[in-house]
Write a protein that binds this ligand. Structure first.
Ligand code: ADP
Ligand code: MG
Length: 411
């Protein structure tokens, strides 16, 4: 639904977005803000188990040009969505699905799914008001280079850029992590997607040249240096173009299975199972092989995050490759959320000499990441593309992930 080329300089895109705002609403915006998409380096499905994650922000961003309004009306428009302006009264905002057939209709009535894309930004305004923040009406126009539905979190970029714009327009003074929590609340309670806190935190808190270590239990964060170019390395993203459906039952099933595992083991969350005690925990779950496998993934994945940090802190970036690959095997075999295209992306990249590769994001499609020597990047990309063609899959979209800035004001 949007162009996904290399990210143009934010100021140029900022001016373009402001120009589009003026064309839609008839006046210049007060400001323009940006929030990035993300890839998760390691730590998959750990975020709803109180565990560890390690995303980095992409150079691809969603921009919002915005102005405050004094009449209690919220107007939303996106260059990436069909339909016109979505106009809503703040005092009538209700969580999905209550709104689905009511107020949340695009002006042409063309919502792509109950509630439509506008539920994401509208949900942020709803969550801010629910939290008692004095946020009023606004006009917003969005332009994005974050691929949608590719596991790169265009939804969190859309939410967080909305939260930051309103935070500034209404001088709310909220910290980035707090804005991320409000954005998550919007996605959980308003849109109806039971996501964890990782994506919104990545969009709000990542910094250039770093991966963000996040402990999802207490929201402790650490910026871990991740300058691949300086080490002659590249991180490629392979968007399989297979649309994932995070809202579907498989995600809820994994979540429920993890909760069942924690209950059976008598811990508040699977994060509380120490890696050293995994064999014991697994033998205690012998009667439930499905939960056993879920537990094995979560406990080993948290351990892999810690190992990746140890290597990065010691400057051994190449050593994280096998950990990424082991993470993929765990998601494929234990968590069972990969798909043929993701497996092929990983296997063909490794066969062509990649240092490590794994699916990233919720699973069942979306994207994989590939760590390669700079000198091998072109050959590995070509090998993956050829493998997809040979298997009869649609051509993947491959681009480089450079650790970029989190949400910020552009103009
Ligand atoms: P992901 O977050 O992995 O990209 P999701 O299914 O969670 O996938 O979110 C994608 C949805 O977010 C889109 O279908 C659309 O409703 C909404 N969205 C994201 N970015 C935009 C945008 N720039 N304009 C309009 N809607 C958007
Ligand atoms: Mg999403």
């Amino acid at each position: 639904m949007t162009a996904h080329g290399t990210a143009a300089p934010a100021t140029g895109r900022g001016r373009h977005t402001a120009g589009q705002f003026a064309a839609v609403y008839g006046a210049a915006p007060t400001g323009t803000w940006a929030a990035p998409g993300r890839v998760n380096l390691i730590g998959e499905h750990t975020d709803y188990n109180d565990g560890f994650v390690m995303p980095l922000a992409l150079p691809h961003t969603t921009l919002a040009a915005a102005s405050a309004r004094t009449d209690g009306v919220l107007r939303l428009h996106s260059g990436g969505a069909d339909g016109g302006i979505v106009a809503l009264r703040l005092d009538e905002l209700r969580p999905w699905p209550e709104t689905a057939s009511g107020a949340l209709e695009t002006s042409r009535g063309g919502a792509q799914r109950s509630g439509g894309w506008a539920a994401y930004p509208a949900g942020v305004v709803w969550a801010m008001r629910e939290a008692g923040l004095p946020v009023g009406g606004a006009d917003l126009h969005f332009e994005s280079t974050v691929p949608t539905g590719a596991g790169l979190s265009s939804s969190a970029a859309l939410e967080v850029v909305t939260a930051l714009a309103l935070n500034d327009l209404y001088a709310l003074g909220q910290e980035p992590q707090r804005l991320a929590q409000l954005a998550q609340r919007a996605e959980n309670a308003f849109v109806g997607v039971p996501c964890g806190i990782m994506d919104q935190t990545a969009a709000a808190c990542c910094t250039e040249g770093h991966a963000l270590f996040l402990d999802t239990r207490d929201l402790t964060r650490r910026q871990v240096p991740f300058d691949l170019a300086g080490e002659g390395l590249r991180l490629l993203v392979v968007d399989t173009r297979v649309k994932h459906e995070l809202g579907d039952g498989a995600y809820a099933e994994r979540r429920a299975g993890c909760e069942r595992g924690a209950r059976a083991l008598g811990v508040p969350a699977l994060r509380d199972v120490p890696y050293a005690q995994l064999p014991e925990a697994l033998s205690g779950l012998a009667g439930d092989p499905v939960v056993q496998a879920l537990v094995r993934h979560i406990v080993t994945e948290n351990h892999r995050v810690e190992e990746v940090i140890t290597h990065l802190d010691a400057g051994r970036t190449r050593a994280i490759g096998p950990l990424l690959t082991a993470g993929h095997a765990s998601l494929r075999d234990d968590f069972k959320i990969s798909c043929p295209e993701l497996d092929l992306a990983v296997d063909s990249a490794l066969a062509a000499g990649a240092l490590g590769a794994r699916m990233t994001g919720g699973g069942f499609g979306g994207s994989a990441i590939v760590l390669v020597e700079e000198a091998d990047a072109t050959a590995v990309s070509a090998a993956v593309t050829e493998a997809f063609a040979a298997a009869g899959h649609a051509a993947p979209r491959i681009f480089e992930a450079v650790a970029s800035a989190g949400a910020h004001r552009v103009e």
